[in-house]
Design a binder for this molecule. Sequence first.
Ligand SMILES: Nc1ncnc2c1ncn2[C@@H]1O[C@H](COP(=O)(O)OP(=O)(O)OP(=O)(O)O)[C@@H](O)[C@H]1O
Ligand SMILES: [Mg+2]
Length: 247
Amino acid sequence: MLKINNLHAKIQDGAEILKGINLQINPGEVHAIMGPNGAGKSTLASVVAGKEDYEVTEGEILFQGNEISEDAPEERAHRGIFLSFQYPVEIPGVTVTNFIKAAINENRKAKGLENMPAKEMLALVKEKSEQLNIKRDFLARSLNEGFSGGEKKRNEIFQMMMLDPKLAILDETDSGLDIDALRIVADGVNSFRNEGNAVLLITHYQRLLDYIQPDFVHVLADGKIIKTGDKSLALELEDKGYDWLLN
Ligand SMILES: Nc1ncnc2c1ncn2[C@@H]1O[C@H](COP(=O)(O)OP(=O)(O)OP(=O)(O)O)[C@@H](O)[C@H]1O
Ligand SMILES: [Mg+2]
């Protein structure tokens, strides 16, 4: 589904952050990326999603066989790439529900489909919000405005479940969640997972991986993947930290 070959990327007019990333994610897989602060994890997520602050200087990003490094962020979204941000933006005046409706209909339009019928949309909103324990008054609030940290994260998972992407990239969706919210978010991701999609989880905590079982765990440090393993690698990191890998 996603194949990244020797990816190098830099900040526009700035330093190189990604220094030769290789990563292959197949349908049905969940990959976790861990690594020290400033390693380039969020940058990797942004570069895959097409954020314009970064420039690919070498290598390629293949999504379902297509080279996408030159595509606009919205084209990538239409192809089925979803990124939840470490720090979601606030959009005053646009409600949670209207934002997601617009996003779904934009995706449909790009595929030559009509808007989703209102009734179907309503049913979908109801199903997914109930699954995530999101209250009705929350859906009528302005997007992310005054949301608590946990509410922002839960809303991101709501967006993911509504949009039903092929590849969901979740950047520290677990940080700031209380234990109940963590479980709800993890259940959301687990119910989203299927043989046809894939998830890339960026996290600092092995705790999340108790709830969402990854197929692979990668350590990203100084712009490179320096180690790949299975779930046990996350446990080892929790125990030993990163120092033993960095020498
Ligand atoms: N737009 C930008 N402008 C300037 N520096 C940037 C920019 N984006 C990333 N960087 C720098 O690139 C490095 C990697 O940042 P990134 O956010 O990818 O790290 P991270 O691995 O996600 O860290 P954390 O675990 O703290 O979230 C950092 O030194 C950061 O300051
Ligand atoms: Mg980050």
